[in-house]
Ligand binder design. Structure first.
Ligand SMILES: [Zn+2]
Length: 273
């Protein structure tokens, strides 16, 4: 029997510290960080997208081989599919029991192992989406370790608003994701490590220690690796990345909801928290 593909999956909302967490995990030499597979079908149509190494994504030596096989049709759920999954979560369907035949995603991960000759380490997918994870857990060739990073309600909403998302939509995203993910993790009994963003910022070395233990990685020099390793992801720019990396020993916890949200909005988040 073939060995399973070891996959690390980052779960939760956008704008919640998942990028810096992904860099931390992706700095390990045993991890191939391929960014968010949920964007693969879209991004391959975007000719101008730049990789964090500074090259165009199609000229980047690290990313180029990932695109040689055509993954333009890789699965991405539409609203109809999301509703079906949401309904399945409501009636306590255990997705991980439901093993299916190989999907394009498994083929992508198999190809990734081959490209980087990494059969013993991990592939890191920072997609964050619960919908995607519900499909991945049905793949029998994958051995998935979920890292679930959570940020408190007030600050996550403030972070969404700060990124230009409507206040009420931000509340909806947070609440529905929170409900769906918690319920999904309970029904599916998927192995996961839960990280609070605040703890991650205030006690990074302890979080890192928990992470390496959970991932069974013997890894100590991540602070040096973060400063030297070149990443090949398509979010953020090199300025942001170098800032993250320089300040990594002490990530500042951003308790900014009072600054970002208006008085009326602050009252609403306090009630709903
Ligand atoms: Zn690159």
């Amino acid at each position: 029997m073939n060995k399973k593909i070891r996959l690390i999956y980052i779960l939760w909302n956008s704008y919640n510290g998942s990028s810096i967490l992904s860099y931390l995990i992706g700095s390990s030499p045993k991890v191939n960080f391929i960014w968010e597979t949920k964007h693969f079908n879209r991004i391959q149509r975007e000719k101008e997208t730049e990789c964090t190494c500074g090259k165009n994504q199609f000229d980047c030596e690290y990313r180029k081989p990932l695109y040689e096989k055509n993954y333009k049709n890789i699965w991405r759920p539409g609203i109809y599919f999301k509703l079906i999954i949401f309904f399945q979560i409501l009636i306590w369907i255990n997705f991980s029991k439901n093993k299916k035949k190989k999907s394009d995603l498994t083929k992508l991960f198999q190809n990734t192992q081959k490209i980087y000759n990494n059969y013993d380490g991990y592939i890191l997918d920072s997609s964050k989406s619960a919908w995607r994870l519900s499909q991945l857990v049905q793949q029998q060739d994958l051995d998935i370790k979920v890292v679930y990073i959570q940020r408190d309600f007030k600050n996550n909403v403030a972070s969404f608003v700060g990124h230009g998302i409507n206040f009420f939509k931000s509340i909806m995203i947070y609440k529905s994701n929170h409900f769906t993910i918690d319920r999904f993790l309970k029904t599916s009994h998927i192995e996961h490590l839960k990280i609070e963003y605040k703890d991650f910022c205030e006690n990074t070395s302890k979080t890192a220690e928990d992470l390496w233990k959970y991932l069974d990685l013997d890894y100590k020099n991540y602070l040096d690796m973060l400063k030297t390793k070149e990443f090949h992801v398509l979010t953020g720019n090199s300025g942001t990345r170098s800032q993250l990396i320089k300040g990594f020993e002490n990530i500042k916890y951003d308790d900014k909801w009072k600054k970002v949200l208006k008085n009326r909005q602050q009252k609403i988040v306090k009630i709903l928290d």
